[in-house]
Design a protein around this ligand. Structure first.
Ligand code: CO
Length: 504
């Protein structure tokens, strides 16, 4: 089960990477980027730092108070021994705090025992889920142990800062110093071997944080957890469902927890024999629909079907009359790297693009319809957190700069769902973006009254910026651009909390 969990995680990460990579890969004349520029954003950041950010273009709003936490692979090699996939990189937490118009940066690696062991050894000791193998082939044979890389998301909830990786339990860090405290088991509620998602959903009215864990196999077990506002974890329900589950994310409404079960299968043999990473052993099942798993408040499961596709991330869901509306980024196929290939050489034209779809689901009749909201290749959807599980009008996401094909994510796209209008802030040709995070303005009423914070790798200077956009006018000049002293390797997910730790 441990092995399957890890596999699931790896494949999820791989898919995200692939989507980003694919989106950026074109070699055509219309390319918006240089491959050498893009590749440099995948260099390891080996230092841990803490400093005031002095170089700011524009002005940080005084109302912008709080801390933006980011997680992602900080190291992509050990002593020059490259990991086979960026999703296998070691989790590194960044905090960017905003206080009285000033900003402060700090970063720290999540010091899992496996991370410490590898750093002390100075070489790769563990296989990675997505593509990293130990250097001597026979060392991989029957070695199913993977390291907890704690690299996917970071949240502050119940007065705890938690680094999340979906194949295992969270790691807790000190939010002021970013020192690693250790595995978080929520007073023993999460046992060794149990996993907690990298994509929990916070109900903005109750303050409850909902999450899940998966034990994937020929039959998979899904456990749904609730962390109340104080951080106490309880199990809401547990179900066995047929088939292998590759579930990276779920959607939440007050009455439903919603999963799209991707039509994939896992062939463990090449992984067990040490020939391939787990993520490379996953493939789409031909002629098989995607399953929609709806858990109601009592834990009752309803399973429906829709067109085949692959999903990493959901944007939002809400209930409207008798229907559930679900907005998700879907791929026509499961994106994975060819075994043995270098991810830095990926051909973006061969990477299947993601697109934002809207599903309308009637749980009573089982009717499901699907329509497209954003055709342009996109990933990393975000919304105003006050609208999680509720009707909403605006979605923000990473996108490619051109309307068709695939390439790296270099733009932020805002969708007005009511009008269909799309606006774009483009960082091409030399800027490469990560996940946007919506920060509501304090006491705001209007849904798009707030800011979009995004980390942008600026290849012109080999450094990263933290860019603050006005969420109401994302196409305008940034409100503020904070120039860091170094780059941050392309990250995965993060979150904002209004709290500031002044001693950080
Ligand atoms: Co994710």
């Amino acid at each position: 089960m441990y092995c399957y969990n890890l596999l699931t995680i790896q494949s999820v990460t791989l898919l995200k990477f692939m989507s980003q990579t694919i989106a950026n890969s074109s070699n055509s004349l219309s390319d918006s980027f240089s491959r050498a520029d893009w590749q440099r954003g995948y260099q390891s950041l080996r230092t841990e730092q803490a400093y005031s950010i002095d170089r700011i273009d524009g002005e940080l709003p005084l109302e912008l108070e709080g801390t933006l936490f980011r997680n992602g692979p900080g190291l992509l090699d050990i002593n020059g021994q490259a990991y086979g996939h960026p999703f296998d990189g070691d989790g590194m937490i960044c905090s960017i705090s905003f206080h009285q118009g000033k900003a402060h940066f700090a970063n720290s690696f999540v010091k899992t025992p496996e991370f410490i062991a590898e750093q002390q050894a100075g070489k790769i000791l563990y296989r990675g889920v997505f593509g990293t193998q130990k250097p001597i082939w026979w060392q991989n044979f029957l070695d199913l142990k993977l390291k907890n890389i704690a690299n996917t998301n970071v949240i502050y909830h119940g007065k705890k800062l938690l680094a999340l990786w979906e194949a295992s339990r969270p790691y807790r860090l000190d939010p002021a110093t970013l020192e690693t405290i250790g595995v978080e088991d929520f007073d023993g509620a999460l046992r060794p071997g149990q996993a907690f998602t990298a994509h929990p959903r916070l109900d903005p009215e109750t303050g409850d944080l909902w999450g899940f864990g998966v034990e994937a196999g020929p039959k998979s077990t899904i456990t749904i957890y609730k962390l109340d506002a104080s951080g106490k974890l309880t199990t809401s329900c547990q179900h066995k469902v047929p088939g292998f589950c590759f579930l990276h994310d779920f959607a939440y409404t007050p009455n439903y927890r919603i999963f799209l079960q991707n039509p994939v299968e896992f062939n463990p043999l090449p992984f067990v024999l040490g020939m391939r990473s787990a993520g490379a052993c996953i493939g789409m099942k031909p002629n098989t629909p995607t399953k929609i798993l709806l858990f109601d408040r009592t834990g009752k499961l309803t399973t429906l079907e829709t067109e085949a596709g692959f999903v990493f991330h959901h944007c939002n869901a809400f209930e409207q009359d008798d229907e559930i509306v679900l907005d998700s980024i879907c791929y026509a196929d499961y994106p994975k790297l060819d075994p043995g290939s270098d991810f830095l050489d990926v051909d973006f034209d061969r990477v299947v693009p993601g697109a934002l779809y809207r599903f309308k689901i009637d749980p009573k009749t089982g009717a499901v319809s699907r329509s497209i909201l954003v055709k342009r290749s996109c990933e990393f959807p975000a919304i105003n957190p006050k609208h999680v599980g509720r009707a909403y009008r605006y979605a923000y996401m990473g996108a490619i700069p051109k309307a068709e094909g695939n390439a790296p994510l270099q733009a932020i796209l805002k969708l007005d769902i009511e009008t269909g209008n799309q606006t774009i802030h483009n960082f091409a040709p030399r800027g490469f973006i990560g996940e946007p995070v919506f920060i509501p303005r304090p006491n705001s009423v209007r849904e798009d009254d707030g800011w979009i914070a995004v980390v942008v790798f600026d290849a012109a200077f080999d450094r990263s910026d933290v860019v603050i956009l006005d969420a109401a006018k994302i196409e305008a000049e940034p409100v503020a651009t904070l120039h860091l002293k170094h780059h941050i390797p392309y990250g995965l997910h993060g979150s904002f909390t209004p709290q500031v730790w002044l001693n950080s």
